[in-house]
Design a protein around this ligand. Structure first.
Ligand SMILES: *Cc1c(COP(=O)(O)O)cnc(C)c1O
Length: 398
């Protein structure tokens, strides 16, 4: 069948929840993807911040194949070596003490919410605790994760939400403070808002929030599902702020392509949070996906991935600054490391249209927030890849 025939079949059988780009990918190599017709694409999307270590990664593939031949799944009623090793590795890089593996980012958020509510319940036995979430945030599509997602049009058709959620303005301390009361059990935010348009938390804002949480024994949940795992230029974005959250969520690049995520917490939270019978998952953290996590952590170290993010991230920053100065349709440039965005003036250019044209020209870029183009490439890209990307982007911005 031709690519178009496959696309027509897809549209007759898959639930239409995405307006997909008209491409069927067949295989990948490094930072390039190839469609069914053999056309090459430079990938600045990485499967939405997932495939950090590049496609056709032989060591990663071998590690997974070896685990498949050994043992794929046992359930969480038993121990497995890959899960133990992966948990040790994640605790070490995050500064957290306890790890629970999930199948996705949204499930990690569910676990974080449950942990925070249980922590507060264990303290005072009340069942009316509140969580403060940020406007323009994104935490996933399940009911709990959606309830803390700060985008009304995502939530409204599915109301009622889980309840007792308040929404504050990101990077506006007074707005958060105004929502705090005796029932507040947690504040949840992305350290760098991703879907919302690539907005990093401001240093002073995050420091003040940390202090507020310490003073009132409110748990700070940082969602690092998109900005974590090296993407910001440190293993977790919060490292650069010199603070530590109480609960962290990861997913996306933590398994580089297999469905795995995790929520992690300090011992202080674990002592009051989830106990036997409080939470569970059949697949979560099975030997196959945690073998992938172990291999990802190994490659991050061996290939000095974070050093590359810093070097190439700075280069990308300088290159996009130049674009922002050269093209008057570009109104803002934000981000750090390899999570950056440029915002376009909607009267001059549509970000969605630019992405569509870029993909036709062999460059995969995607949108975020309001009329923003998002750059979240594999973390192993080179300066030459950035130059190639800029070349195509300039043509498309025309
Ligand atoms: C992608 C994402 C999620 C949801 O992850 P899924 O694996 O799609 O459920 C949650 N939070 C952030 C910040 C994300 O980028």
């Amino acid at each position: 069948m031709t690519m178009n025939e496959y696309i027509n079949e897809a549209e007759s059988v898959l639930l239409h929840t995405y307006n997909r780009y008209p491409v069927v990918f067949d295989h990948g190599k490094g930072v390039k993807l190839y469609d069914l017709e053999g056309k090459e694409y430079l990938d600045f999307c990485a499967g939405i911040a997932v495939f950090a270590l590049g496609y056709g990664n032989e060591e990663y593939n071998s590690a997974l194949k070896a685990q498949i031949d050994k043992l794929i799944h046992t359930s969480n009623l038993f121990y497995s070596v890959p899960a133990i090793e992966a948990a040790k590795g994640l605790a070490k890089i995050s500064g957290m003490d306890r790890v629970f593996f999930t199948n996705s980012g949204a499930e990690a958020i569910e676990g974080a919410i449950k942990s925070a509510r249980k922590y507060a319940y264990d303290k005072d036995g009340k069942t009316d605790h509140e969580i403060i979430a940020m406007n323009h945030s994104f935490h996933g599509r399940t009911m709990g994760a959606l309830s803390v997602t700060g985008k009304k049009q995502y939530r409204e058709p599915f109301c009622p939400m889980i309840g007792n959620i308040r929404y504050a303005e990101f990077n506006d301390y007074e707005s958060v403070l105004g929502n705090v009361n005796d029932r507040t059990c947690a504040i949840i935010m992305e350290t760098i808002q991703g879907e919302g348009g690539i907005y990093p938390a401001e240093q002073e804002f995050l420091e003040k929030i940390r202090k507020l949480c310490d003073e009132r024994d409110i748990l700070l949940i940082l969602d690092e599902i998109q900005c974590g795992m090296g993407r910001s230029g440190s293993m977790f974005a919060y490292e650069a702020y010199g603070i530590r959250p109480d609960i962290v969520t990861v997913a996306k690049a933590v398994g580089c392509g297999v469905p795995v995520g995790a929520f992690m917490m300090t011992q202080k939270v674990a002592d009051r949070a989830l106990k036997p019978g409080d939470h569970g998952t059949t697949y979560g953290g099975n030997p196959l996906v945690t073998a992938a996590v172990c291999e990802v952590l190994k490659q991050f170290e061996e290939r000095r991935v974070i050093d590359n993010v810093r070097t190439v991230g700075e280069y990308l920053y300088a290159s996009l600054e130049q674009i922002a100065n050269e093209y008057d349709c570009v109104t803002a440039h934000r981000g750090r490391g390899l999570i950056q965005g440029i915002e376009l003036d909607p009267d001059k250019k549509s970000a969605a249209e630019v992405c569509r044209k870029a993909i036709e020209s062999g460059l995969i870029i995607i949108t975020a927030g309001t009329n923003t183009i998002r750059f979240i490439p594999p973390l192993i890209i080179t300066k030459e890849d950035v130059d190639s990307m800029i070349g195509i982007l300039k043509n498309v911005l025309g």
